[in-house]
Design a protein around this ligand. Structure first.
Ligand code: SAM
Length: 218
């Protein structure tokens, strides 16, 4: 499907406008804005829907799941304050768009998806685009103990609570970003690991995510 990797002026222009829109909406981190301006979001869409790719909307990707809204991707990435080489665990790979943005801002990404169809699809698409993450299939609500600790953890599905087990997989000084709430809306929560036993928790804006389903989830 070589056609999928065509990046025309129309799509490049769409990205420029999207970056301007995200600036207007309050995204200030230049690294994040540059990443949004670089990653071809239309590659995650069927060609029929390329005209939707640079709108600031979530979009269905099959199996009842969505590619996240660009504003949400930028917002969560900004909160992670990624430094070059940070080891980042992403829970909810989905289309892999967020994964690419994380890599563009310098992260080394470990990403886990629970739905086999989505996992198998993204596993092929991302390397084809030149993005080499570490892909896992399974329940990310328990993290991935084997590769812990992480500098940063991002959860891209709505959780009923902050799983303790994820906090334990953070380095000291590490940051967890996770939407927490009910089925309808969630508050974005940032948790910073201050030392072995202490965590600072900050509650931010309201979002709407698909549910995090698993052992430490719904
Ligand atoms: N950030 C992604 C993107 O840019 O396309 C969108 C992620 S989508 C909103 C949430 C994803 O989390 C879905 O693909 C869903 O299957 C996955 N998910 C839900 N619960 C999970 C769990 N316990 N472990 C791993 N993935 C999970």
């Amino acid at each position: 499907m070589a056609y999928k990797f065509v990046d025309n002026y129309r799509e490049q222009g769409g990205r420029k406008k999207l970056v301007a829109l995200l600036k207007d909406r309050g995204i200030t981190d230049e690294k994040v804005l540059k990443a949004i301006g670089k990653v071809p979001r239309h590659f995650f869409f069927d060609e029929t829907f390329w005209n939707q790719a640079y709108k600031d909307i979530a979009f269905p990707i099959g199996d009842g799941q969505t590619i996240s809204q660009p504003y949400t991707v930028a917002y969560q990435t900004e909160l992670l304050h990624i430094q070059k080489g940070d080891k980042v665990l992403e829970i909810g790979t989905g289309s892999g768009y967020q994964t690419c943005i994380l890599m563009e801002v310098g992260a080394k990404v470990y990403t886990i998806e629970r739905q086999p169809n989505i996992y198998n699809h993204t596993l092929k698409v991302l390397p084809g685009m030149g993005y080499k993450a570490n892909f896992f299939l399974g329940d990310g609500s328990k993290g991935i103990e084997e590769y812990a600790p992480y500098d940063k953890i991002i959860v891209t599905a709505g959780a009923p609570f902050v799983p303790e087990i994820l906090l334990k997989q953070l380095k000291i000084g590490g940051i967890l970003v996770i939407p927490v709430g009910d089925e309808k809306t969630q508050k974005m929560i940032t948790v910073i690991r201050v030392n072995e036993n202490d965590f600072d928790r900050i509650e931010l804006d309201t979002f709407r995510f698909v549910p995090l389903v698993g052992d430490q989830a719904w």
